[in-house]
Write a protein that binds this ligand. Sequence first.
Ligand code: DQA
Length: 166
Amino acid sequence: MCRLKAAFARLAGPWRDSMLIFVLNGPNLNLLGKREPHIYGSATLADLQAAVERKALGLGLRVDFRQSNHEGALVDWIQEAREKAAGLVLNPGAYTHTSVAIHDALKALAIPTIEVHLSNIHAREAFRRHSFVSPAATGVICGLGAAGYLAALDALKGLIDKGPKG
Ligand code: DQA
């Protein structure tokens, strides 16, 4: 890292946007609406994004909503959230159950993080019951579909308003 960038990274905390929430979605969530609709519902990722943005507006928050099928992109975005955002909503998809890299990236975050799953991962196959993300998250919501993302925004708003000392 160049010296200027390193200095900025050290100082990034004070310039964080206190209204900005990163909402990050992992692999295959781009297929929402087409993929196993009996589990994930018929709404598309664009529908989910619209509902999240509407909810954020009502709470006085702004969201940066993204999806990637690539683990490294998610790690890069979590690191970006570390410098820019006040909170993180993360549905890591299948990387929930495999990714030490995402766990480590979350451990380096000082902002509250809510892990969200559309489905109830505990009521499905045994391999979905373990999450590498949960031990590094502030809270976990699963099984509520899109409503889980909206509840995560409510929770983050409360945590942000309370401030770091609670
Ligand atoms: C998911 C649950 C994961 O087990 C699965 O791999 C997904 C979606 C959910 O939102 O329910 O891709 O994160």
